[in-house]
Design a protein around this ligand. Structure first.
Ligand code: SAM
Length: 268
């Protein structure tokens, strides 16, 4: 089985899947993800080497988001969970196939791949839309929800982001949104085709960046956003877990060059 039908930004979902599966396969990692490992092994025909050496970054991102989604579901067991640009995420299985309504949105080619590669899950409604095409809102009930966008916003045009967040806040009042961002220098490198993971793979352009400081200003700038929090992933292992790294993560210089994870709260 291969995932080879994917190209452009959808192909990056194979990169993040590989990183989560490799992390879950390690004995010295706290990250577990049986379904990602199953899928990774099943895609034996895929050239995952093109994504260079594995990184724990996508597993650590997933661990933070899992925790917030699980907390949300503890008080809102019916959900809904709205996973934007969900790609080949296996969050639903990591969280134990929750009873909640689960809406998974991605581009049509990716939804076709999800249907081919992931286990059937009657609890998941798959929505083959661009997140920028607001007609998908007609398919998801309005009201509080936990919305995730893992590895998505950096690939969208920056001018679209404030309007998208405002529309999410209007459709999901009382809800929360979790998303990650790359720093400005990284976006600039990606725009010049300089994020080369190997001789055979260059990451696609990432036109949107956001620093923790910019995230903090969102409640004043975007209607319907009432609070913004910068989330710090767990330490991870090896050099990532160094106490020095933990101590410096919020120094101004480090905050301007590190990737960030943002939790927004929407007005009820
Ligand atoms: C880096 S991958 C991340 C996939 C998954 N969220 C993860 O963390 O493994 C980016 C994902 O965003 C999706 N995507 C890109 N542009 C999109 C758009 N305009 N609307 C919806 N999904 C989009 C891609 O198809 C892909 O699945």
């Amino acid at each position: 089985m291969t995932g080879a039908e994917l190209s452009g930004v959808p192909e990056t979902a194979l990169w993040t899947l590989r990183n989560r599966a490799e992390e879950a396969l390690r004995d010295d990692s706290d990250f577990t993800d049986k379904e990602a490992i199953r899928l990774y092994k099943a895609l034996a025909g895929e050239d995952f080497e093109r994504f260079g050496p594995p990184s724990q970054i996508h597993a650590l991102r997933a661990m933070v988001i899992d925790e917030i989604v699980a907390q949300y579901l503890a008080t809102h067991p019916a959900g809904p969970v709205v996973a934007l640009g969900e790609g080949l995420q296996t969050t639903y299985w990591r969280l134990g196939e929750p009873e909640a309504a689960w809406f998974s949105l991605d581009l049509p080619d990716m939804v076709e791949a999800q249907q081919r590669l992931l286990p059937a899950a009657p609890g998941i409604t798959r929505l083959p839309y661009s997140v920028l095409d607001r007609s998908w809102f007609d398919r998801v009930p309005s009201g509080p929800a936990v919305i995730t966008a893992e590895g998505l916003f950096m690939y969208l045009p920056p001018a679209e982001i404030p309007g998208l967040i405002a529309d999410l806040a209007a459709h999901f009042p009382g809800g929360i949104l979790l998303y990650d961002s790359v720093p400005r220098f990284f976006s600039a490198l990606a725009m010049r085709g300089r994020i080369r993971l190997s001789d055979n793979y260059t990451a696609p352009p990432m036109p949107t960046s956001q620093s923790p400081r910019q995230a903090r200003r969102l409640p004043a700038r975007i209607p319907g956003v009432i609070a913004a929090r910068d989330l710090i992933p767990p330490p991870g292992r090896g050099p990532w877990a160094s106490p020095l790294r933990r101590r410096t993560v919020n120094l101004p210089i480090i905050r301007s060059i590190r990737p960030s994870l943002t939790l927004l709260h929407f007005a009820a």
